[in-house]
Design a protein around this ligand. Structure first.
Ligand code: GLY
Ligand code: MN
Ligand code: MN
Length: 435
């Protein structure tokens, strides 16, 4: 199955260089190890921006791009020491940083003084202040020194600019290879969902269904999930980020799973809701059909010429009209939307960008509230839902404890929306057929 090649990482850096201003330096830091307890760390995952530009998984690595007269790619990675590698595994080291990861120059992370020299030779520094305590300190110390000699040089401080101004818009438009990799994550997620559909039954526990599903992710080669799986049965389905996953499935309730495997750092993000006993009750059917209509009609809005707000408005209008039809809300559709009276039943948005992060980088609107227009290569979720949990029950006891969300992953193409998760069953008939 496809993974991102070093050639593609190199192209990304080339594009980034072309968007950087002359006489500038860009720093992106890798993630640091985080202590879980005592001497045990959390499982390491590289920061998404760092991965996007390097494909390097090592903690504490640094990427530096300098655009001044020429373009230079510099890497700082951990020092290779056999005495340490015997405990923690092989490090990249300066040689491989150049030969395999294509850096023009490479240093060990204990040579950060090299970075201080480089930093203040440029007029602009692209750096996300706050992203690394070590780098923040280095920059502030450098600024102090710089100020001290200003009376003699007259040179103003370098301008510090958030690099996400350049990187986010690159990450928002996916390349051919990125789309292939995302499809792999979705295909593995599909396999997991199919096993979850088959396994779920009254008496099973949420965590059992989770394990059965995630086993398919792992057997397919996915190292980890894009985010913690939500396996929510009964009224737990009304809690948006329920991750306890420790309750027993009971007869005639629904189970909602929101999960995505990660493949080569890219995440899927899928939700399906289905009946534990194999048959939707008539109350569950009312709500399911409504959410399904919102999902399918919102997907149709994912086309060039529309903005990210269009599928949301479509889904919201369908859900609101449905709630009126079911006699749960009774004002006009415009009033319900204007006054947000739908909020107790539908409190999240319909979409987000999807990629290296499940809630991926990229603007949704500008400072003047203009929503981002769709362009070919964008990938987003469509995930309407209705929840009759505690907030809803203050208004109506009807449909008590039913929570339904249906989430698909959509690619924007010139010829319209491509539902990358369309093979995962979602009609009532398909879901009931698993029993
Ligand atoms: N799983 C998080 C989300 O659907 O946005
Ligand atoms: Mn989502
Ligand atoms: Mn989700």
């Amino acid at each position: 199955m496809k993974k991102i090649s070093q050639k593609e990482f190199q192209n990304r850096r080339k594009n980034l260089f072309s968007n950087m201003e002359e006489n500038s330096i860009l720093i992106v830091s890798g993630e640091e190890e985080k202590v879980r307890n005592n001497d045990v760390n959390y499982e390491f995952r590289q920061s998404s921006d760092f991965w996007y530009l390097t494909g390097i998984e090592e903690p504490e690595a640094l990427l530096i791009l300098i655009k001044k007269d020429s373009e230079k790619y510099i890497l700082f990675t951990q020092e290779k020491k056999v005495e340490e590698e015997v405990w923690t595994g092989y490090k990249i080291g300066v040689e491989k940083a150049k030969s395999f990861y294509l850096a023009d120059l490479a240093y060990n992370t204990n040579q950060l003084d090299k970075l201080s020299e480089l930093l203040f030779s440029c007029e602009k520094i692209y750096y996300n202040l706050g992203s690394s305590k070590k780098l923040d300190d280095l920059i502030f110390t450098g600024l102090d020194n710089f100020k001290r000699i200003k009376s003699r040089t007259g040179i103003p401080n370098p301008l510090i600019i958030d690099p996400s101004i350049l990187i986010d818009s690159m990450r928002l438009i996916k390349t051919h290879d990125e789309i292939e990799v995302i499809k792999n994550a979705i295909d593995l997620t599909e396999k997991g969902f199919i096993e979850a559909f088959k396994y779920s039954a009254p008496g099973k526990y949420e965590y059992e269904v989770q394990q059965i599903m995630e086993m398919e992710f792992r057997l397919g080669g996915s190292k980890r999930n894009g985010y913690p799986s939500i396996v929510a049965s009964g009224k737990n389905s009304c809690i948006l980020h329920y991750i306890e996953n420790d309750q027993k499935l009971t007869k005639d309730t629904l189970i909602l799973i929101d999960a995505g495997s990660e493949w080569d750092y890219y995440s899927a993000d899928i939700t399906r809701t289905w009946p534990v006993s194999g048959k939707f009750t008539s109350e569950q059917t009312d709500i399911y059909e409504l959410v399904l209509e919102a999902n399918t009609k919102a997907i149709e809005e994912c086309k060039v010429g529309n903005s990210i707000n269009d599928p949301h408005i479509k889904a919201l209008t369908i859900l609101v009209e449905g709630l009126k039809h079911l006699k749960i809300l009774d004002k006009s559709t415009d009033e319900i939307i204007e006054e947000k009276l739908y909020f107790p039943f539908y409190m999240h948005s319909t979409s987000h960008w999807l990629g290296l992060d499940v809630h991926d980088s990229g603007k949704y609107k500008d400072r003047d509230e203009n929503f981002t227009e769709f362009q070919e290569g964008m990938v987003l979720t469509i995930e309407p839902g209705l929840y009759f949990g505690d907030m809803a029950q203050k208004i109506s006891k009807k449909y008590k404890d039913i929570g339904i969300r249906i989430e698909d992953d959509i690619l924007i193409t010139k010829s319209g929306p491509k539902n990358l998760s369309e093979k995962i069953p979602k009609s009532i008939k398909e879901l009931e057929n698993f029993y």
